[in-house]
Design a protein around this ligand. Structure first.
Ligand SMILES: *Cc1c(COP(=O)(O)O)cnc(C)c1O
Length: 411
């Protein structure tokens, strides 16, 4: 067991190369363990939003499209994200929500083959499963969707499989799939693979091209801190740009949108996966949030994340195990992402009581508390405070009082 002394945790903070970044987030006294749901705004994003509204939108009006090159924000933001996910410039386009991006890429993949089977993880994020169920109904072919347990994915892929689609880090347990191995398993059977990076990007180093991944989508409002509802991104490996046709066709994916032609001619690069007008304010916010990652080595971020999540699990077991709290996250660092999930029958109430103390994590039904580890702004010492509060909360049995009966709809 690690020495649980304040001095030990403070010494880790003193030696942390990422510690200066916290100043960019103005978190005050809040202990924020919810960065996998909504990242806090870095100063760069707040400044940029003010500036874009005032000097670009108000002063420039429609001239902004030219003056500030708003039209190419999806590619500019995409190129910044590319560095974080091991993609090349020109392979990532930002825009639309993760759900819509997933639909776009899965539809393109299914259209490109005669095969009609999709393999996915039964514990996948619900939106990913809903998107597949919709696709099954509209393609006019009998698309079969196999939802398989996490350990049976590779064995379920066959010569019938068109597409394997997985979320890299599970939103509940934080369990992380082996991306190189599963990508290879899909390719061994001639299938494409589509990764949802929502819970990894910005926290886990990613190497899409190094492992030959075909397609990916991801979220920018979690560990990338892009802002509530900030647009998602789509990655299509360069080698597929000619072959994978967009099925959700909009004018922004046209080769020459401003010709206003009645006939659709798809752009030949990744821009073909764009659909409608770029979300200028939201993309500007994402662009500025990504500045925080400039010059940051993701392996350093990952080292801190693994160390923090390991310490947090140890502390919780040590301090709260006797109160029936169980760790639901893999203890093997190679199999976990960047949050810790803790099971307790009264998880919902305990989390509400913590939030009332300005310690913010979240609850996932039926019995999970999630604590995100966002290495850019969390301190090792925060873990000690969190666990002390967690112990104190569970000791007071808040579920026996009426104060926390009402559950917020979004936590
Ligand atoms: C957060 C998350 C999403 C979000 O989808 P939106 O359409 O952007 O709301 C999708 N998939 C996964 C795995 C997520 O964690």
């Amino acid at each position: 067991m690690t020495t649980i002394t304040k001095a030990f945790f403070e010494s880790l903070d003193a030696a942390d190369p990422l510690a200066p970044l916290r100043g960019q987030f103005d978190l005050g006294d809040t202990l924020y363990f919810n960065g996998n749901s909504l990242g806090p705004p870095p100063r760069s994003a707040r400044d940029r939003l003010r500036q874009v509204v005032e000097s670009q939108w108000r002063a420039g009006l429609a001239r902004g499209w030219d003056m500030h090159d708003w039209l190419h924000l999806p590619e500019r933001v995409g190129d910044r994200i590319a560095r974080l996910i091991g993609a090349a410039p020109g392979e990532v386009v930002a825009g639309d929500s993760t759900s819509v991006c997933l639909f776009k890429l899965a539809a393109a993949a299914l259209q490109s083959t005669e095969r009609a089977q999709v393999v996915t993880d039964e514990a996948n994020f619900p939106t990913d499963l809903y998107v597949l169920s919709g696709l099954r109904e509209i393609t006019g072919r009998r698309i079969e969707v196999l939802r398989r347990p996490v350990d049976r994915i590779a064995a379920s892929v066959s010569g019938q499989t068109a597409l394997v689609t997985l979320t890299h880090v599970n939103f509940k347990t934080s369990r992380m799939h082996d991306m190189p191995a599963l990508t290879a398993a899909a390719h061994d059977h001639g299938a494409l693979i589509l990764w949802d990076l929502s819970h990894s990007v910005g926290a886990v180093p990613l190497a899409l091209n190094a492992c030959g991944a075909d397609l990916a989508v991801g979220c920018t409002y979690k560990f990338l801190n892009g802002g509530p509802g900030a647009p998602a991104f789509s990655f299509v490996a360069q080698r597929h740009h000619q072959r994978l046709l967009p099925m959700l066709r909009g004018w922004m994916g046209h080769a020459s949108p401003f010709q206003f032609s009645g006939e659709y001619t798809s752009a030949s690069d990744s821009r073909r996966y764009a659909v409608g007008t770029p979300e200028v304010l939201a993309l500007s916010s994402v662009d500025a949030s990504l500045e925080v990652f400039d010059g940051i080595d993701m392996t350093v971020v990952r080292e801190k994340s693994v160390r923090m999540s390991g310490l947090l699990m140890e502390l919780i077991e040590h301090e709260c195990g006797e109160f029936g709290m169980e760790i639901a996250t893999p203890t093997d660092p190679a199999q976990r992402g960047s949050h810790v999930a803790v099971r307790h029958p009264e998880a919902c109430t305990i989390m509400q009581a913590l939030i009332a103390e300005n310690i913010i994590g979240d609850f996932r039904t039926p019995d999970l508390m999630r604590f995100a580890i966002a290495p850019l702004y969390l301190r090792y010492a925060d873990l000690l405070e969190l666990v002390a509060a967690l112990r104190k909360t569970v000791e007071t049995r808040p579920w026996e009082s009426d104060v926390f009966r009402r559950r917020a709809t979004v936590t």
